[in-house]
Design a protein around this ligand. Structure first.
Ligand SMILES: [Zn+2]
Length: 473
């Protein structure tokens, strides 16, 4: 008996996995690091290479898109291609990924960062999971369909961005100037994380980001600490007391906590975020434990509550040591906003708390710049998500679990705002041990294989839906 078309494609994508990994290894040799101008030529070389490969795969209109920024900046290229031969009664599925990489500067790499190296069940290289493995899992799946059936069960568009790792500065302009490249009925944005190698994640929230500058001023000049100690306030101590005021006894931000509804609490409890995973993922020292949960889940603390980190200070360094009370002290506080929280609202709360009752009567100022990353909260609904769950059951043996991301990803907010009426499926090949952006980035090969099979099914499941049924009212 002949296998059904979807099963034939699923078998092909698995049996061709060695070729897919060879192609991945080849792409990973390109040091396409978008934040380093000396590598901008590599970003373009890789973009052109991918365009040629997409054409060879049988996609139509494979092209490298460019824009000319009005601000005099340099925009990295975006690769686009499409296959729209399934006809107008089938939905257009847009696949998004990015080809650019984070830098590899850290000395802790155990393997060569631009040479794919398999150790155990993981493939190590910069970009292996973030995000080459992500979009390549789609190329392999559509190739399997074309090889086995000569057709795809839905219409497809691919957009592979060249500047995600620098915050997608010109993605809006690409969307404005090349709208047909983005026009679709459902979007699969493959650059996110799974909560474990056995549990697939659907990302539905991001925290926002607000940077606050806190300054304590005391005098016009530094003063002798022996002559004036006990009579003149030390701005360094005042600064530390003010930061302490924002936090609870564990050191977590205590200002601006939000209520998390029962549905999100329930989904958080499905997420296997163990102490061991946190310990390993965050590289904690022996003897240092993750902060206590205090009756909440790790998922809630990581994704759905605001957090503060001191990211810079002007406190005296060892090299500047002298017996003086300094004239001033300042700190930059990086504040992660809960999904749904506005930067203006959080800034007002922090400012009020920091400016009341200054410790030692120091002069306190609290400022921020506009335009930090917005938080994002999404409610997946409609048939596309049920279709995605069926594809994940076929590929992973279980449906998607809703997860958040503690960080802020500009491209997600941009897609979220611009295409808010479309189903946005945020998935990916990352897992908690992938260490994207850090040394020894890796792709779990079991996750990759499951995503290959899932994508094969995802096209069939989405292709079975009427385009008009996908847009939400
Ligand atoms: Zn990424």
């Amino acid at each position: 008996m002949n296998a059904s078309p979807v099963d034939a494609a699923a078998q092909a994508v698995v049996s061709h996995m060695p070729d897919t990994l060879a192609r991945l290894a080849d792409y990973l040799t390109y040091p396409a690091i978008s934040c380093q101008t000396e590598h901008h030529a590599d970003v373009r070389r890789l973009a052109e290479r991918i365009r040629d490969d997409l054409e060879a795969l049988g996609l139509d209109r494979a092209r490298v898109l460019d824009v000319t920024p009005a601000d005099g900046g340099v925009a990295m290229p975006t690769v686009a291609a499409e296959w729209l031969r399934a006809g107008p009664d089938k939905p257009v599925v847009l696949i998004y990924g990015h080809l650019d990489l984070q830098p590899v500067g850290e000395p802790e790499w155990r393997t060569s960062p631009h040479e794919a190296t398999t150790v155990g069940d993981r493939l190590f290289a910069r970009g292996a999971a973030d995000d080459m493995g992500g979009w390549l899992s789609h190329l392999a799946a559509l190739k399997a369909w074309l090889d086995t059936s000569g057709t795809l069960p839905c219409n497809l568009k691919l957009v592979i961005e060249g500047e995600e790792e620098i915050g997608s500065p010109y993605l809006q302009q690409f969307m404005d100037e090349h709208p047909d490249a983005f026009d679709a009925d459902v979007m699969v944005l493959t650059d996110c994380e799974n909560p474990s190698t056995d549990v697939p994640g659907l990302t539905v929230s991001l925290r926002g980001l607000l940077e606050v500058e806190l300054t304590c001023e005391v005098a016009e000049a530094d003063g002798h600490s022996g002559l004036w100690g006990n009579m003149v306030p030390d701005p360094a101590i005042a600064l530390i007391k003010l930061i302490d005021r924002l936090t609870d006894d564990d050191g977590r931000l205590a200002i601006g906590r939000v209520d998390v509804d029962a549905a999100r609490q329930a989904s958080a409890r499905q997420v296997p975020l163990s102490e061991a995973t946190i310990r390993e993922g965050a590289h904690l020292l022996d003897g240092v434990d993750p902060l206590p949960l205090r009756g909440r889940t790790a998922a809630e603390w990581l994704w759905w509550q605001p957090a503060v980190t001191v990211v810079a200070t002007t406190l005296p360094t060892r090299a500047q040591k002298k017996n003086a009370i300094r004239r001033s002290a300042a700190a930059t506080l990086s504040v992660r906003l809960a999904p749904g929280q506005t930067s203006a609202g959080m800034f007002a709360l922090l400012k009020a708390e920091l400016e009341r009752d200054p410790p030692g009567g120091v002069k306190v100022s609290v400022t921020t710049d506009e335009g930090w990353g917005g938080a994002w909260l999404y409610t997946p609904k409609g048939p596309a998500f049920a279709a995605a769950d069926r594809a994940y059951v076929a590929g992973w043996g279980r449906p998607l679990v809703q997860v958040g991301i503690g960080g802020s990803i500009p491209f997600v907010s941009m897609f979220g705002e611009r295409f808010s009426d479309l189903p946005l499926i945020l998935n990916g090949v990352l897992d908690p041990l992938s260490t994207a952006h850090g040394p020894n980035e890796s792709l779990h090969l079991g996750v990759f294989e499951k995503m290959l099979v899932t994508n094969v099914h995802l096209y069939a499941e989405l292709g079975a839906l009427a385009p008009a049924s996908l847009k939400s009212a």
